[in-house]
Ligand binder design. Structure first.
Ligand code: FA5
Ligand code: MG
Length: 429
């Protein structure tokens, strides 16, 4: 039943986010310091929420139940995230958490604080490139507001809210990203605003800490949809463009994502939204409302430290680790960029279908972290037979040395053999 690969298994227990002097631990600490300090994240006691206190957890074990990872978060039974193609199952009743939201319910039910931060390693079968890795780290943030806070919001904005102007902004609130029916729109809007303000402040705080780290000017992004962050809240320390776009999660509504323009493309940093009231109800907090977010620690750290590839975080090379050993934020000085070498494999897709994540896993098992990227470069369907042919390009690059053509050829041959055996494809060349 288990589909956890040896490579992934070997990552469990590394706790990179708790190693002093590791860039992920530094990033986690900056997030905790921001939410733990009333000067950067002001309390809202005067509006009657429970005492301002944010509890930070970072050592919850990674094996959870489908109930915690999916059901408690309102995932429908047929949600693709539950599939074995996306999720690592330890057995029928247990899986490796795919996100820190798996701990939302327990945190809320503990009723110990107004807010929670949960940092942890998470696991996903996913694509392979410079910003995706099957094991990564997230920090979950949750914040709740009580009845007095909600009453104050309503008192400050009497009368019904006109949602029309909001609906005119494509990525804000509309039928596909609605205010929950059980929520007073004024309260939901105020929760969403509190959330986005907090997160914009967080990003300023974190990237501000990287101010002394010299960064290259990023090219201006092409005109793109999305709501740009107001200049008033632009980061003083950097001129990185950021934008809010609409998100979609079963456990929040409305939902948003924050993206930053980095290395020539929009990089998603986090997802967030107003917590589904049924989740608050089940946690015994029916008179509270709340927001939640989940941020990718690697993504944030890559931008902050200028780390160009997500595989570096797993490096045990002194040339990497020594650069952060004093726990300070500084710009990463690359010590190597060995040449990339790529090989193509083309094949007939089996009638039963083809899962890219399964191919990604095979390439990782054969060539480990030397696989930098997996890219589909061609697909065509034969006009007579109706069979579909695909061509994938595997980019190989070792972090610490130059690869030889012979070893890459040997890997590529092994990958092709396993594809034929395990994925039922017919290799063409
Ligand atoms: C989630 O995981 C939601 N649980 C976030 C959330 C929490 C939403 C609470 C609402 C309320 P998502 O799948 O988008 O969402 O992942 C969140 C972040 O994790 C991404 O924005 C990205 O920064 C990071 N991330 C996702 N997949 C990978 C990956 N394969 N490698 C590295 N980072 C990743
Ligand atoms: Mg996302």
């Amino acid at each position: 039943m288990s589909n956890v690969s040896p490579t992934v298994l070997s990552r469990i227990g590394r706790h990179l986010h708790r190693l002093p002097g590791h860039p992920l631990a530094i990033t986690k600490r900056l997030i905790e310091s921001y939410f733990g300090d009333p000067r950067t994240f002001p309390p809202c006691e005067e509006r009657g929420c429970r005492p301002h206190h944010v509890q930070a957890l970072d050592d919850l074990p990674p094996v959870v139940t489908p109930q915690a990872n999916f059901d408690a978060l309102c995932f429908p039974p047929d949600h693709p995230g539950r599939a074995r193609s996306d999720t690592y199952y330890v057995n029928a009743e247990h899986l490796l958490r795919t996100h820190t939201s798996a701990h939302q319910h327990d945190a809320l039910r503990s009723h110990q604080a107004a807010g929670y931060l949960i940092s942890a390693d998470v696991y996903r079968r996913d694509e392979i490139d410079a910003s995706h890795y099957p094991v990564f780290h997230q920090t979950e943030g949750i914040y709740t507001m009580g009845p007095a806070w909600q009453q104050a919001v309503i008192a400050a904005a009497p009368g019904p809210v006109d949602l029309q102007p909001l609906a005119g902004r494509p990525t804000w609130i509309h039928a596909g990203n609605p205010i929950q029916g059980v929520h007073d729109p004024r309260v939901s809007l105020a929760v969403g605003q509190h959330l986005r303000d907090a997160l914009e402040g967080l990003v300023r705080h974190v990237f501000g800490a990287a101010a002394e780290a010299k960064r290259d000017a990023s090219p201006a992004p092409a005109a793109a949809p999305g709501v740009p962050i107001q200049p008033a809240s632009a980061m003083p320390a950097t001129d990185l463009p950021m934008r809010w776009i609409e998100g979609s999660f079963p456990f929040t509504s409305p939902s948003w994502e924050l993206e930053v323009f980095w290395e020539g493309q929009w990089l998603e940093l986090l997802g967030c939204g107003v917590v589904q009231q049924s989740i608050m109800d089940r946690a015994g907090l029916s008179d509270h409302v709340g927001w939640a977010f989940g941020i990718g620690l690697e993504r944030l750290a890559m931008v902050m430290f200028g780390i160009p590839d997500i595989r570096y975080f797993w490096s045990e090379d002194e040339r990497f680790l020594s650069q952060f050993a004093d726990g300070r934020v500084r710009r990463f000085v690359p010590y190597s960029r060995y040449p990339v070498c790529y090989k193509d494999v083309s094949f007939w897709r089996p009638a039963a279908g083809f899962e890219e994540n399964a191919l990604a896993e095979i390439t990782r098992e054969v060539a480990g972290d030397s696989v930098e990227r997996l890219e589909c470069i061609d697909t065509f369907t034969h006009p007579k037979t109706g069979r579909t042919s695909m061509c994938y390009r595997v980019h190989y690059r070792h972090m610490d040395r130059t690869l030889t053509n012979a070893e890459v050829d040997a890997w590529q041959a092994q990958i092709a053999a396993r594809m034929a055996q395990e994925l039922g494809v017919e290799i063409r060349g």
